[in-house]
Design a protein around this ligand. Sequence first.
Ligand code: SAM
Length: 286
Amino acid sequence: MAQIDDLPPLRDVIRTHGLTPKKSLGQNFLHDLNLTARIARAAEPLENITVVEIGPGPGGLTRALLALGARRIVAVERDERAIAALQEIAARYPGRLDIVSGDALTVDLMAHLGPERARVVANLPYNIGTALLIQWLTVEPWPPWYDSLLLMFQREVAERIVARVGDKAYGRLAVLAGWRTDAKILFDVAPAAFVPPPSVTSSVVRLVPRPVPLPCDPVALQRITEAGFGQRRKMLRQSLKSLGVDTLALLEAAGIAPTARAEEIPVEGFVMLAREFIALRKSTAR
Ligand code: SAM
């Protein structure tokens, strides 16, 4: 493949800016611009899109997204050492790369986004990937501020996101993702593509928001799934006790057998439980 831009190779960028990978920041850098271009292509079409990239690091994926025509990128990076490297990319693509130096878990993204469509594309730091995904899946209002999420996770996490009831990986993440999005694994990326290589394979996942998911309060759904899957081998009549409501009444109202286990309940069942949980709490508060 032809070179994607006239900036230096990533290896040189990493060396010049002293970006020795830090484990504490989940830093496994992609060095191959052909691979970052493959990931960016999975996010196309990019024209008229503002991409939110979390953890651009030395900017391999950032460069691919810009070369493929992303209108603007808002890139949130916690490692101050990477900011100078990113500024060189910003200078090459004037007005198209906004660098936000900070923690993606707490930064106010809305302050950086305009009215145009936004899309999240990221090779996430493994240590906060799940927390970020949960934030994006439980955001209000819905439909959300992004039109899709294209994210790289460890394969095992990707499987937990796309799992269906009956799958071994079915759990809390699958319920949240399945409730509000269509989630799909697109392709795998071998450990050797990263520096340093992680111990496991990674996967690129695309999540597309459902315009009208079943009505349900995300906080209640999180509480139910946490309780249910927190003790996944136990029957729900036992595992849901921590919710502090009449568990048998809750299960009956949701039409679910008290002897069922969380892993047997499809997304719709959890939505019913979350709705009835709120109704039950309201009625007992009166
Ligand atoms: N995008 C680059 C690539 O593909 O080579 C780097 C990906 S690396 C897996 C994760 C990146 O997220 C690192 O650059 C790291 O510094 C950054 N990071 C870690 N924690 C972060 C946080 N809380 N907020 C923003 N960025 C973070």
